[in-house]
Design a binder for this molecule. Structure first.
Ligand SMILES: *Cc1c(COP(=O)(O)O)cnc(C)c1O
Length: 796
């Protein structure tokens, strides 16, 4: 269907009349957004139906990507880009005297993820659609997403994120596809009249899982896949009466996203969330498969289920349950199928984040699943103990220390296990999953994360995308490797100066946003030094803060900075993560003091933008000069904001951690600033005494003293706690060990920036080398090497 500007304007006006019985001049911006979303949605429902029909007709193998988090960002902008309607919509609205920019800001962002994990899931859905891969997301439709963050007196305050308050413009409720999910009660096996073992249940809590489908559009290829999110509701069983309390209990299951991506809390509810969306997903997959196929033996040729981090690992015993209890397969047959269907991505090296459940809680909540895990555990031990001995086997068996251990269960039940950056996969094999690597080396592989350049370049930075189109043609949009061609920009004054002008324009746009949001005026000629990510001790926002204090002390002593700086932060802390919140308070206090100190002026500014999310990231990233990726080596599995920032021309200031190592390989040493301990050095950093460094290094000494000597007022408690974490409790993440090397890296940034031409050269090289981090390629590697599914860029 060709949508002309004329058609669009007519559709839009008609939609407003239908929805509000009013004219477009007589509705609010929110209403304009809702109508615009409805019109854009109507332009791809046909694609959704066609795509489904086509997959069915070809009997394509389908991938189901299970993830407890998705962080899609706003839908409107990306859908308009993917449908090729950017000009039509913008100009059509302009003809009506309406601003697209203003209307799109009215879209509430679905915050159904905490950070990198959920964002990766969404980038993968987008890229799979772009590559014509039959992949569907399976997750939870949380009523409240990740909290909105405000600052009150510099402290983080969490506000509920009521993203559905004005309806759901992109999701379709598919009540006829609902499934029943069972919790608790008693279960026993009993032969039926044919002699087959049947699972019988009593006193269970039954929950109805209702799917909402969200269309995921491919990039100008007519494909629309789907993300299916499940909502928990009362079952409509006529013979049963529910109390209000029971209803509340059921609705609670999909009420909120847990605001912590590394530790579980609200334990029982979280476990229920996991089983809820997994069971509904598995049941609906088998039901769909059953419509088209006779024998379950072909299941692995038609279906792949991917377990994104451990939260959906219960998919392994759930598929076993369905295959045995509902489909009457033998254990061996079911196990053989399950292993071929399942694959698993590990996302963390932090051992405290490896998910486990107390066996007792698990057995009470999911009695049948627990029985199946016991049997998986028994068979695993029986097979491995003769080969590897009791001790090694016991360290990685699914049950141990009174816990169900989800990562081990996922590895044992899958045919593929991958890490998310080269160094991360190596560390998994060497340490966290070492014994399992020894047992199943052929299962392990690496898939370095990627990012969707459609969102992070074309949507976020249309100006730079336009320059790329003009300089190297539009081929890079479909084949991101062609960004390599932008190496022609190196030493080409004309292209470089246009790039410089665009970069400056994006900095001006961000400066205007900062002023309107926080009332802080920043100098757009200063270095915009950006650190945006979840607030976590290992990510070391505090190291960055130490450098800011260092600069402040220099300025107070009458020295000048080589180049003025604007330090820009965006970060949410988990509400229960006390230390992270103290660092937020410190950063806000630094900002308050420094920004209002008349001695400092434009030399130094600190900007902490509240409520970091995808929409805010899209504003900050194109304006960044420096990308801070400064985690302690060995702690960040991959990182993806490092990739987003390089693709927009920021220079990375990085430790050799996660995907930073691969970025350094891609751009080569001259075009990245690296510093600090290596993974091996950090691991073997024995006899570390932070207090010795504090005592012997006068610069560090002076910086840390400001935390406790009243330099920064109203931050005494936090300053003392942070000081103690470094000096008294020996600085777990080795900030003091890395500080001087980090400071030298910052000095190198200054000297590079002073030669503006070579700076833009470096920026251009970063842009041109970012193609290999496109999630279009990452998802192709998953498709070919893990799922064995077809890749077909165009579905038409
Ligand atoms: C990309 C992204 C992240 C992940 O950032 P890292 O620096 O890789 O941890 C987190 N949150 C949002 C909103 C993002 O867009």
């Amino acid at each position: 269907m060709k949508v002309t500007e004329k058609k669009f304007v007519a559709d839009f006006k008609k939609k407003i009349a239908e929805m509000y019985t009013a004219d477009y001049t007589d509705v609010s911006v929110d209403q304009l957004y809702q109508a615009l979303a409805a019109v854009v949605h109507s332009y791809f429902v046909g694609n959704q139906q066609e795509t489904r029909k086509k997959y069915k007709k070809e009997d394509r193998k389908q991938v189901y990507y299970f993830s407890i988090e998705f962080l899609p960002g706003r839908f409107l902008d990306l859908n308009i880009l993917n449908l090729g309607l950017s000009a039509v919509v913008k100009e059509g609205l302009a003809k009506l005297g309406l601003s697209y920019q203003k209307i799109k800001e009215a879209e509430p962002e679905p915050g159904l993820g905490n950070g990198g994990l959920g964002r990766l899931g969404s980038d993968f859905l987008d890229s799979a659609a772009a590559q014509g891969i039959a992949l569907q997301g399976n997750g939870i439709r949380y009523k409240y997403g990740l909290f909105d963050q405000r600052f009150v007196n510099g402290y983080q305050v969490e506000i509920p994120d009521d993203w559905l308050r004005s309806g759901d413009q992109w999701g379709s409720r598919r009540e006829n596809r609902a499934c029943l999910v069972r919790f608790g009660g008693n279960v026993w096996l009993q032969p039926d009249s044919l002699g087959r073992l049947r699972a019988n249940y009593e006193n269970t809590q039954d929950v109805m899982a209702v799917p909402y489908d969200y269309g995921i559009t491919g990039y100008q290829n007519g494909v629309a896949n789907r993300m299916r999110l499940w909502s928990a509701e009362l079952p409509n069983q006529k013979d049963k009466i529910y109390t209000i309390a029971q209803k509340e209990e059921i609705n609670q299951i999909t009420e909120i996203l847990y605001p912590d991506d590394s530790n579980w809390e609200g334990q029982l509810l979280r476990l229920k969330q996991e089983y809820f969306f997994v069971s509904a997903g598995v049941q609906s997959i088998i039901r769909a498969y059953r419509h088209l196929h006779q024998s379950l033996s072909q299941l692995p040729e038609k279906i792949a289920i991917h377990i994104n981090d451990t939260h959906p690992a219960v998919a392994v015993p759930e598929l076993m349950r369905v295959l045995m209890d509902d489909e009457f397969l033998s254990w061996d047959h079911a196990w053989n199928i399950t292993q071929k269907v399942m694959s698993y991505t590990n996302h963390t090296l932090m051992s405290e984040a490896l998910e486990t459940w107390p066996e007792e809680m698990f057995a009470q909540t999911l009695p049948r699943i627990y029985q199946i895990i016991q049997e998986i555990d028994r068979r695993f031990r029986a097979e491995m103990i003769p080969l590897y001995g009791n001790e090694l086997t016991a360290t990685v068996a699914p049950l141990g220390d009174g816990n169900v251990r989800m990562a081990y269960l996922a590895v044992i039940g899958s045919h593929s296990v991958n890490g998310v950056a080269k160094v991360h996969t190596e560390l998994l094999e060497d340490s966290v999953l070492g014994p399992l690597y020894k047992m199943f080396p052929e299962r392990f592989n690496n898939k370095t994360n990627g990012i969707n350049l459609k969102r992070w370049l074309q949507v976020a930075n249309p100006e730079l995308a336009g320059l790329l189109d003009e300089t190297i043609g539009t081929g890079w949009q479909h084949h991101p490797d062609e960004l390599q061609k932008f190496m022609v920009a190196v030493n080409d004054q004309k292209v470089l100066s246009r790039m410089g002008a665009i970069r400056h324009e994006k900095k001006k746009q961000l400066a205007a946003f900062i002023e309107s949001d926080l009332g802080i005026k920043v100098d757009t000629h200063a270095i915009f030094d950006v650190q945006i990510k979840r607030l976590h001790a290992y990510k070391r926002q505090l190291l960055h803060a130490m450098y800011i204090i260092d600069e402040y002390l220099q300025l107070k002593s009458g020295k000048k900075l080589a180049v003025p700086r604007v330090h820009i932060f965006g970060a949410k802390a988990a509400p229960s993560y006390h230390y992270a919140k103290q660092i937020i308070k410190l950063l806000n206090t630094l900002a308050e003091t420094i920004n209002n100190d008349p001695d400092i002026g434009d030399q130094l500014k600190v900007v902490f933008l509240p409520n970091y999310d995808v929409s805010l990231a899209e504003k900050i990233i194109p304006a960044a000069d420096v990308s801070e990726q400064i985690s302690l080596a060995g702690k960040e599995a991959s990182g993806t904001s490092n990739m987003k920032l390089m693709a927009n021309g920021a220079v990375t200031l990085a430790t050799m951690d996660g995907a930073n190592i691969e970025i350094a390989d891609a751009v080569r040493q001259d075009n990245i600033v690296t510093f600090g301990l290596s993974v091996a050095e950090a691991e073997n950093y024995q006899n570390y005494r932070a207090s010795d460094i504090y005592a012997s290094d006068p610069v560090i000494h002076r910086i840390l003293d400001t935390l406790v000597d009243g330099t920064f007022a109203n931050c005494q408690t936090e300053g003392q706690a942070i000081f103690d974490s470094l000096v008294k409790y020996n600085d777990q993440y080795l900030l003091l060990a890395d500080y001087q090397s980090y400071k030298a890296g910052q000095a190198r940034i200054d000297s590079l920036y002073l030669d503006r031409n070579s700076w833009y050269n470096i920026a251009a090289i970063n842009v041109s080398q970012s193609g290999k981090f496109s999630s279009d390629y990452t998802i192709e590697r998953y498709a070919e090497e893990i799922w064995q599914v077809k890749i077909e860029q165009s579905a038409q």
